[in-house]
Write a protein that binds this ligand. Sequence first.
Ligand code: HEM
Length: 752
Amino acid sequence: MITCWSWWWEAENDQDKLIARTLLTISALSLVFLCYKWVSFYTKKATTSLPPGPYGLPVVGYLPFLGTNLHEIFTNMAHRYGPIFSLQLGRKLHVVVNSIDLVKVVARDLDNSFANRSPPITGLTITYGGASILWSNNNTYWRNLRKLLVSQVLSNANLKASQSFRTNEVKKTVHDVYKKIGEKMDINEIVFNTEVNVVTSMIWGRSKSEGGLEASHIGDRFREVEMKIVKLLGTSNISDFFPVLSRFDLQRRNQEMQRHLEYVDRIFDNIIEKRIKDNSCKMDEEDERKDLLQILLELKDKKDTETSFNMLQIKALLTDVIGAATDTTSTMVEWVMAEILNNSNVMQQVQDELTNVVGMNNIVEESHMNKLTYLDAVIKETFRLHPPLPLLINRCPDESCMVGGYTIPKNTIVYMNVWAIHRDPNNWTNPLEFKPERFLNGKWDYNGNNMKFLPFGLGRRMCPGIALGDKMLMYILASLLHSFEWKLPKDDEFELCDEFGLVMKKRKPLVAIPTQRLPNDSQFQVFGTKQANRMKLVWSPEMATKAFMDTVKSCEVYQGSSVKELISAMAAGWNARFIIETWCHSDVITTSIGLAVASTHTFGRHLCIVPDEDSRAKYVAAMEKLGMSPEVVVGDPETVVNGLEFIDFLVVDSRKNDFDRIIKAAKFGHRGAVLVCKNANLTAAADFRLRSLFDDGGSRRIVRSVFLPVGNGLEIAYVAAVESWAGSDETKKRRWIKRVDRQSGEEFLIRK
Ligand code: HEM
């Protein structure tokens, strides 16, 4: 019998087994002594009409008979007992709801009554006594915290403004995979790392961007501990079923969680302490960018009891968000990759779509996402078959309620079996088949509007991170599938079995081998990395001179103005890592040569946008004559530019009709950018026109511009470095702030 205990009692050593046997013996003895109680208990059950369910033993209830994969076991039980059933596990009554109609009653009609949680003991420990959104009860504190997360961190404006964090991390991931081409890779591990970096950037990004705390500084150990925390939260604990035993912590689960908490707590303390010190040196705090940590620290000092938080609650929220965002996303990416690798025609269709939408000469950008409808359908179909939280997160009624004609007593632990609903033949035809086409009609979203499909839950406790989760999933998957071909290792046995936990993972981690798919090696380099973006463009006369001289040499055969050398020197001198130009077959080629030369000095990427295939052929032929192999994209320049990010250096032709549109569409790097308009003296009032394109109330600003009478005139503008990741209005203000040198006590006034 010991084997079937494994879900609630994972015996790791002899002592564990001994305790398990002792409990079983006590339970058997109790059977005799508590016979009377048992009979009366079930008589009572009948009179109060609890949902039907299996009988269990006294004291332990049905616990000893429960297997490991709860979602499957509960689905089988629903076939036997009906769409709602109950089971006594230890001292706690559990109810499982398995149909759309009854889920609607619990999470829609009676949403307010069922809005509490029943946190596991380890969940309470890691969230400083349940002070997190996830495990809080439905009260003012939970509402305020959730409102804060939704409005300050996960708002549309903030998600847009924090795009660079996601882009940087995903590009770094692509770069890391590229370095390991041909090797076996654990997909979950790669994505987990990416996600931890994205989320921690959003939480304490200011500390990171100030150079104090790089993700790498926190290191792999932090990621390792996070993984262990999530695993432990999904592992059963006898203390949860017998609260009276919790003080003994028989399985030492809580002790282990306590150790993880101490580690995470130290990291949080360091970050918070540093931030408080930094804040105390600043006279004008309003002038600083606000990440979640900053917002929370400001609220902490508020006297208003409704919105103020103490330090433990702040740390609980940080743990909450990191935990909720990371494992779910990485697990889903793993499932999607597994399903795609198992269905070669799906892989083909996904990659065809990527080729059409993104193009083989481009890397994926977030702006492509809403055009990737097939990939979106593939993700949704995977969510249907493998919802990462198959039973959502438990709900707990704060009063006795009626559901489906049965009584659910106050404080019962209620699960909604989304896994069963997603595979119910009454809801889906051929439910076990992987058919992304089901989701191609555009009628499906993640907001719980259609109750057949609930991967993010529903009602007031529904996941608040849908938008971020969806963005990250699409972006990571599109990037991995566009940049690489993936194969399963020959010697590995492939399967699609799942393993129950708070987050349901693949039983056997997915390992796959990447090979290069995109033609240009430069597409795998990291442009616009955090490090690069942290710095402003800095002028290097040495680089400028070298590029100038090399352009002169490369263009010996070409006569004419010195525009090419000048532009090349500027691009190299400003150390531009991402250079974009537009070109068509009537233009001179020399500027392109100058830019290509500059990119070799900066080790950057030079990309030319041409309007048609004819232009591409001419451009490539002219460049190849000089031994250059350019990266060219055919397309409408505005559309192409719109899909690119972190442009450091942009060259456009003032004569062209699409001049205004291209500049408006351009997304410049955070460290600033240089904009060069050729043929500017053919255009009236170029400076005025240029400034008007930037005067859009956004974060873009021209620092200075100059007209040079070379060639047909060059209008050169220096675009300001942007520090608007928090998307707040503060970045638009320019103020004097005071900084104090802690050693000398000297005060400096700095214009921000
Ligand atoms: C693939 C990604 C994700 C999936 C599948 C997912 C799924 C879920 C589910 C099923 C719930 C429970 C809903 C319920 O009880 O009805 C939940 C809760 C939650 N999720 Fe997510 N989630 C994801 C990503 C995220 C992200 C990116 C964040 C935040 C940054 C986040 C934050 C939360 C929080 C704070 C809760 C607790 C809400 C509450 O109790 O009020 N999740 N998530």
